[in-house]
Design a protein around this ligand. Structure first.
Ligand SMILES: *[C@@H]1O[C@H](CO)[C@@H](O)[C@H](O)[C@H]1NC(C)=O
Length: 255
């Protein structure tokens, strides 16, 4: 008799535990966009989230946040957009597209993308006691075609050239190339970031020996693969012995 009672107790315990882990009909998964989304600086980006299985999210809480749950960048609750609880720098720049909320799909649109928008976005849905989220990665990109080459007056060491370009994100690859496309080792490379956190790049080159033809300054955005270049034509053979006879033409060419 005693063993039957113990068995019953165990059976109840197992049933109770099963109930805790078995999904109820209200449960769902949240699916964001896989892989990072590229967001052009100053432009727009759209982040979508979808409930699986599809079901209406009209009555749910939908919260988008960056690092902190308590600091939403967008909050929708009980059919209303709650701007008052939203991080201020996102209030004016976000919109939640709810055309397909009946099937559980919403899209967060962010306007005028800045470098600070780079990083993770949590898309969180709550229905009563049940909640689920997914995370999407945003990568901000900026490419600039404004590239300038400055040439210093030749001295006894040779000819020093400088290349400057600002307005890049993330930090671009930067190289000097000769007319065959081979890399010329730079004398120095440096960078800084402007008020918008975009990269300003600077690189110098010392030409010691006779050199003719093209010298180009290349920049490449590592995320998008976009390349920009400006080249300078050393029209007269340059040599240290004959350094007064240097003439140059500057020309730009898109790659
Ligand atoms: C975009 O954001 C920058 C600050 O990041 C601001 O200076 C600029 O005025 C904004 N542009 C628009 C069109 O809102």
């Amino acid at each position: 008799m005693e063993t039957t009672r113990v068995l019953f107790c165990r059976l109840f315990l197992v049933l109770y535990l099963l109930q805790m882990v078995t999904p109820s009909s209200e449960q769902f998964m949240v699916k964001g966009i896989k892989g990072p989304i590229l967001a052009p600086f100053g432009g727009e980006v759209e982040l979508s989230c979808q409930l699986s299985p599809p079901q209406s999210a009209q009555h749910m809480e939908i919260r988008w946040f960056r690092n902190r749950y308590t600091q939403p960048i967008y909050l929708y609750k009980a059919g209303k957009d709650l701007y008052g609880e939203t991080t201020s720098r996102y209030v004016e720049r976000t919109e939640l597209l709810k055309d397909a909320i009946g099937e559980g799909k919403v899209t967060l649109k962010i306007f005028n993308v800045s470098v600070d928008d780079d990083g993770q976005y949590h898309c969180f849905f709550r229905d009563g006691d049940f909640s689920e989220e997914d995370v999407t990665e945003v990568k901000v990109t900026a490419t600039s075609s404004d590239i300038q080459i400055f040439v210093h007056p030749p001295n006894t060491k040779g000819l020093i050239m400088e290349c400057h370009s600002g307005g890049w994100f993330p930090q671009p690859q930067m190289d000097w190339r000769d007319s065959r496309g081979d890399i010329l080792l730079p004398t120095s490379k440096s960078h800084s970031q402007d008020g918008d956190k975009l990269f300003n790049m600077k690189m110098t080159l010392l030409l010691r020996d006779a050199h003719s033809g093209n010298v180009a300054c290349y920049l490449r955005n590592p995320l998008t693969g976009q390349e920009e270049r400006t080249s300078i034509v050393l029209a007269v053979l340059y040599s240290i012995a004959n350094r007064d006879k240097v003439s140059m033409q500057s020309g730009r060419a898109k790659s």
